[in-house]
Each structure stands twice: as C-alpha cells, then as structure tokens.
Ligand binder design. Structure first.
Ligand code: MN
Length: 425
C-alpha cells in the first residue's frame, strides 16, 4: 500500500508552532506522558514545544476513536492499522490548523517541560539487525584483520539477533553498569562490572499491524505493517559480548538495557526523506530484491552527544539493508509480526571517523581513545557519562522532521553481593 501524503506544507497553525520546528505540523509524533505523581499515563502528540493531550481531547472531539487513546499507551493505535493511522493524522492536522478548535484544545496543550515521558508502547518482540556496511566492516577489520571485513553471508541476508523486549526502557532511564562473567585480557575468567560499556546509535521501526503465522511479509507490504520510527540506543557491554558470543550471538552483553526515544514518528512523516538505497552486489534473492519497488532508504542524520559534546553524525542514508528487507527476511521462514515489535537497524556508521555510531569504532576498540572537550579520554563509557542521540530527516518544502532524543546516563554497577539498586553496601 502506498502512503497517503498527509503532511501539510505551507500550512500555519493557531498554536503558533513554526513551520521549521522539528516537531512542526509535518511531524506530529506520538508518545505517552504523565504530568503529576501517580497520574495515569495519557497519549499525546508533540506540537512544537508542547504536547497535546489526546486521551482527553479525543473524548469530546473524536469519540468514535477515543478508545484508541484511553489506555495510556500507543498499543491500541498501533493495532488499528494504516487506514486509521491516516485518518487520525489528518484529523490532528485539521484540529491544529482550524482556529475554531483553538478554544477547546488550547487548555490541553501542555509544555513539554511539565511532563514526564513514559515508554510509549508495550514492546512485543525486539530484533536488532546489523545492516550498516561501514559498521560491520569496521568490526571485521578490528576482530578478523586477516579475513575479509564482512562475513560471507553479510551481502546475502540482513543479519540480526533476537533481543530482550522486557528490558527496553524509555529515554532518561538510568543505565546501571552490568555485572557479568567475562574474560580478562590475560585469560582469567572472572565475574564483575563490565569495563567495556558502549552505546550503539540506531533507528527502530515499530510494528503496528501484525502478520499471520506462516505468511511471509513481502517487501511491498512494509507500510501496511510499520507504524513509525523511533531512536534506539542498544547499550552493549563489549567484554561480556565478546566472551559469550562464540559460537552463538549476543545474550547478556546486550540484554541488560536498550533505550528508545519517547516519541514515535509516523511513517507518513518521512515521505520527503525516502531515497534510493545503495546498489547491492551480488544481486539479491527475489524475496529481498527491492530493485523496481518504491525506495525505502531514508535520509536520516543522527547526532551523538557525549556529556553534551557532539562526537558523531552517523548517516542512516547509507544503510545497506532497508527496513522492508529486514521485515521480509524476518518473516521469510513464516515467523509472524506482532503489534509492538521493535525492529532496530543495527549501529549506524558512516565512512568518516566522525560518523561512527559506537565507541567501539570511535576509539577503535580502545586503541585510539576519544578525547573529550574537557581533555579526558574514553575508550568506553565511564560511570556518570551521558549519551544522547538525536536525529532529523528532510520534511516537505525544506522543513525538518525531528525524531526527538534518546539519552541515558551510566550508573555505577551494584556492589559485590548487592541485590537491590538501593543497597548501600
Ligand atoms: Mn545493535
């Protein structure tokens, strides 16, 4: 199904939001918020620096669809399907551009600084891919220097692993340094806090409409199933990961926490960002061959800030495998999609050193530590470090689509023998 273009271009809003605001009328991302201790979570849409309370607004203004916004999560909206997503988005544009709605809606526009953002949807299955050629090749150069940088299968299929959906947390949740079994460089096997904690800057695709068990999802059905995109930080403990990952894939080195942005940007907002993906060689098997289909490369530029300092601008535009190919591959064996599945792209890195999407690459596995503005250096994350990932994409008529921010700060590992976060020992 083709997307319906619902993004306004030169439309002005009685809210006063500027056309060039990353959360202008062309973006309209959905999230979930609370605004007081113990208040039930509500669904909102970001309008500039404000949040429109949709749980309350739809009760009177859109009663036939108010149930989609009752539960304090995006789950019902995700499950409603593309036709409903389009109608709701068109309705929001009408509300925000017709000043007859200003009287009713103005009291429901809350300053974003007054609310606390929550996990926006129930994460069903979480899969993380490995779809950036630059990232995969850099990892190969570091760890398999005598071999070809890319594994033999890499250009034939989008590689990935199943992650842990229960530990996906919303931006700003503190990340406790994981403790686990690992092997020290001299060979001793020990248990303790990770000393190689890293981030990975990624884009996540959020599944709305489920697919049937046994029925692969073809490339052309992508937009029927995917509701929108968010930012992902796939926190990774490299020492744990590299010790545990032979012969199977990442387990505890990744499962302690994955952060996502609080805002889910609808796929409808990304029409102007769509570009041709790179040419693939060798040619792909038919179920992955996207030549001749509508392009789903996306011109999204990420920015990574380390304790506030911009350290990298990874370009999503160069990703070798697109999200439609990831879904087609994921379901090619008959596995089904569920509402709330989170499909992450894999670390996004560009060719230039200041486009690398993780510290493993930025510090070249610690051999070339990153120097920060205060003169300190990092091979991996220190306690107290904060990583922020933001992103923007081209919108209609020269505007910019914001994806918001995912950030997290590293808390110290639990002390030896401690079993609770507040254990003072
Ligand atoms: Mn990852």
């Amino acid at each position: 199904m083709e997307l319906v273009g619902t993004g306004p271009s030169q439309v002005t809003s009685w809210t006063g939001v500027a056309a060039e605001h990353p959360f202008g009328l062309h973006t309209l991302p959905y999230g979930v918020f609370t605004d007081a201790v113990d208040s039930p979570p509500r669904v909102g849409v970001a309008v500039g620096d404000a949040i429109l309370d949709l749980t309350t607004a739809t009760r009177d203004l859109l009663p036939e669809r108010a149930a989609l916004f009752h539960s304090g999560s995006l789950d019902a909206l995700l499950a409603a399907g593309r036709q409903t997503w389009t109608i709701v988005r068109q309705t929001l544009v009408r509300w925000l551009t017709d000043d007859r709605h200003a009287g009713v809606l103005t009291p429901l526009l809350l300053p974003a600084t007054d609310v606390t953002m929550q996990l926006p949807f129930t994460v069903a299955d979480y899969v993380d891919f490995y779809s950036c050629e630059q990232h995969a090749a850099n990892v190969g150069r570091m760890f398999r220097p005598a071999q070809s940088p890319l594994p033999a299968n890499w250009r034939h299929l989008p590689a990935g692993y199943h992650g842990r959906s229960g530990t996906v947390v919303v931006s700003a949740t503190p990340i406790t340094r994981p403790r686990c079994q690992r092997r020290l460089p001299e060979g001793t096997v020990t248990f303790g806090p990770s000393t190689a904690l890293d981030f990975e800057a990624e884009i996540g695709f959020v599944i709305g409409t489920p697919s049937a068990l046994g029925r692969p999802v073809p490339l052309t059905d992508f937009a029927d199933h995917v509701f929108g995109v968010c930012l992902v930080n796939d926190w990774s403990a490299r020492d744990i990961q590299f010790w545990e990952s032979a012969p199977l894939g990442p387990l505890l080195g990744k499962s302690f926490a994955t952060s996502i942005s609080p805002w889910v940007v609808p796929l409808d907002a990304l029409g102007a960002a769509r570009i041709q993906p790179p040419v693939r060689e060798p040619p792909l098997l038919p179920y992955l061959d996207d030549t001749g289909t509508e392009p789903w490369g996306l011109d999204i530029t990420l920015e990574v800030r380390f304790n506030g300092q911009l350290v990298s601008r990874p370009p999503f535009a160069g990703m070798y495998w697109t999200a439609p190919q990831q879904l087609a591959h994921l379901t090619s064996n008959g596995a089904c999609l569920r509402t709330g599945d989170l499909i992450a792209s894999g670390t996004v890195s560009g060719a230039a050193p200041d486009q690398r999407g993780c510290l493993l690459e930025l510090s070249w596995n610690g051999s070339a530590p990153l120097t920060l503005a205060d003169g300190s250096t990092r091979s991996f994350l220190a306690d107290g470090d904060e990583v922020s990932i933001t992103a923007t994409a081209p919108g209609p008529q020269g505007t910019s689509i914001g994806l918001g921010e995912v950030r997290g700060r590293i808390s110290p590992a639990l002390a030896d023998g401690a079993t609770r976060l507040d254990d003072p020992s």
